[in-house]
Design a binder for this molecule. Sequence first.
Ligand SMILES: *Cc1c(COP(=O)(O)O)cnc(C)c1O
Length: 422
Amino acid sequence: MFLNETTKRFEIGGVDVLQLTQDYDTPLFVYDSAKIEAQYSKMKNALKKVKKVKINYACKALTNITILRLLKNLGSGLDAVSYQEIRLGLEAGFDPKDIIYTPNSVSIEELEACMKLGVKVNIDNIETLEYMGMNHPNHPLCIRINPHIMAGGHAKISVGHIDSKFGISIHQMPLVERLVDTLNIQIEGVHMHTGSDILDVDVFSHAAALLFNVARKFDNLKYIDFGSGFKVKYKENDIETNMEDFGNMMSERFNAFCEETGKDLTLAFEPGKFLVSEAGYFLARTNVIKQTTSAVFAGLDTGFNHMIRPMFYGAHHHIMNISNPLGKPKIYTVVGYICETDTFGWNRKINEIKEGDILCFKNAGAYCFSMASNYNSRYRPAEVLIHKGAAHLIRKRESFEDLLYNQTDPQLDFNSEKAGNS
Ligand SMILES: *Cc1c(COP(=O)(O)O)cnc(C)c1O
């Protein structure tokens, strides 16, 4: 998004942003296909010294089917965490072989249903590994290892540490090996996903070394999947993963490992946030400006029902007033319309806001729409994709019918008088 110096209006990929709010109303999610393509290429390029690379888009970040199609066209595979995400992937045209299913705490029934769809299965529990070995002896598997690296980010999104529910502990490898040998399980991949915000290439490198050691143990290995954790900028001075440094480090280590072990492996990653976060913008209208003794609140026509990251993770999303790009900056606390405390940002410097102004949240591509709900019986927003200089509606705004859609009316008689009632 940038300010057109002539019109003094913001544009995304050549499309006027305020016009979008006229055409599609607010609140509105807008995605820029060019940014997703650029991020995908950036990652591919950083790893170009590795012969076989597979990027599997972690689609829980943003599951709109058009976004899935876009990524498929770029050559991406898919990382799915539920049966439903797999179904969406198939609907978008992904080959089941390009989908890796990484479940946690799911039922055997779900696992079986996913197996039937022909996807790669990533096992994160020894019990499940044993079950698979007993019941599907010929189905090649990937195992998710928890290397117990505590990597950056917010505690709620660090999944590699000792108390985490994710993965098979690296300390349990002797038991894994025993099961694999006894049941003759084919391990085709090893995987880790240490957490969501990796700031430091060295931390990753340390975890990678542990995974290489695990990889040595399996003769029929085809790929090593290093998960994700790539950090993008949410605010001006944020550190982001340096993709070039990271790519160089990984490529060197990976190529050396393949050479040393004589294995011809694929290097896999499953980024979510890195691919889609910065491609997304969330537009909301200011309903009220309210001054109290301690703050000036800007109250929007949205809340944590549509964007929960600030409240849930304490995430910082940059907020701009795109209706008044040249206005005098003032200090605001930006809040939602939900009947609970839902603060998007405290004490933000934003160009003067008037009622009706459109505020824009950046980094709204990942974990925003996909975590949206109907709380307070509000409709979930529409989604628009900017592609090749034009806007395309890729999801309609919900309507009242959607709120009632799955509710059934058993025609109960709530009016009958109880005995003794007069
Ligand atoms: C969520 C998730 C990812 C993506 O993480 P990002 O931080 O969005 O890149 C990758 N792999 C697995 C298994 C996940 O659950």
